[in-house]
Design a protein around this ligand. Structure first.
Ligand SMILES: NC(=O)c1ccc[n+]([C@@H]2O[C@H](COP(=O)([O-])OP(=O)(O)OC[C@H]3O[C@@H](n4cnc5c(N)ncnc54)[C@H](OP(=O)(O)O)[C@@H]3O)[C@@H](O)[C@H]2O)c1
Length: 230
């Protein structure tokens, strides 16, 4: 069955891999990019592109409403927007905490809120995929990335609660938890690390495709660790 897939953060590294994976299976992609951005790479088939500042609740509502009006149903939402910051408690002030919460949690929350409400009206419900982080599950990994870890922790709780709310409506929310993704930025930041240990964006994308497909129907409340070899 051809599905309509909304992907936020579609201009990012994981976004690109997800567009490829889902298009290979014949699905239709609705890509949400940050304001003023265009898709900077070629895709297998055409993509429906929208721009929104997903940290802004009213802009998110407005753009997602337009997406729903244009596409009628949304089967799957991959909410990929997020970002990273270093910092121990000593150098993590309120500004950084708020910035990380806005980027990692509010972007996911505002998008999920509109799309969950839409999926609740659909006979077949829908699937929502969030991206968490390892430091939110493992305090040892969270030591030097306090604001990042805290902000992603909210995403896990949001998915849990949405799974309770979505039970009767056939809406399943999952959280994917990558370790370090093999991206150009990470390669630049950690030039001496063995990148074979890192998880490839294409592998995460394929597992997301499987988890949201008919074959993944039996999954309930999934928290999927995609740590590669690290
Ligand atoms: N990279 C890793 O090692 C790693 C590890 C664990 C978890 N993750 C998580 O995995 C997800 C994807 O990571 P990635 O490496 O693909 O990140 P990425 O390449 O930085 O992509 C993130 C995308 O989000 C977009 N974005 C940022 N702020 C936005 C806003 N306010 N409104 C709309 N779009 C916005 C960015 O667009 P612009 O560039 O145009 O701003 C960018 O295209 C994130 O949630 C990240 O936290 C990554």
């Amino acid at each position: 069955m051809v599905k309509k897939i909304v992907i936020t953060g579609a201009g990012g590294i994981l976004g690109k891999a997800c567009i490829t994976s889902f298009q290979k299976k014949g699905h239709q992609i609705v890509a949400i990019l940050s304001p003023g951005k265009k898709l900077s790479y070629t895709t297998i088939s055409p993509v429906s592109v929208y721009n929104a500042d997903l940290m802004d609740e009213s802009n998110t509502q407005e753009v997602m409403d337009q997406v729903i009006k244009d596409h009628q149903t949304i089967d799957t939402a991959l909410l990929l927007v997020g970002g990273f910051a270093m910092g121990t408690i000593n150098n993590t002030d309120g500004t950084l905490i708020k910035k990380m919460i806005s980027l990692n949690f509010e972007t996911a929350y505002y998008s999920a809120r509109v799309l969950f409400n839409q999926m609740a009206k659909q006979k077949d419900g829908g699937k929502i995929v969030f991206v968490g982080s390892r430091p939110s599950l493992d305090a040892k990994a969270g030591k030097g990335v306090l604001a990042y870890a805290l902000s992603k922790t909210l995403v896990f709780k949001l998915a849990e609660i949405l799974n309770e709310e979505g039970k009767e409506k056939n809406i399943v929310s999952s959280v994917f938890v990558p370790s370090i993704i093999d991206t150009p930025d990470n390669r630049k930041a950690m030039p001496k690390t063995n990148t074979d240990l890192w998880v490839k964006p294409e592998d995460i994308a394929e597992i997301m495709e499987f988890a949201t497909s008919e074959k993944g129907m039996a999954l309930r409340e999934p928290v999927i660790k995609v740590y590669g070899k690290s």
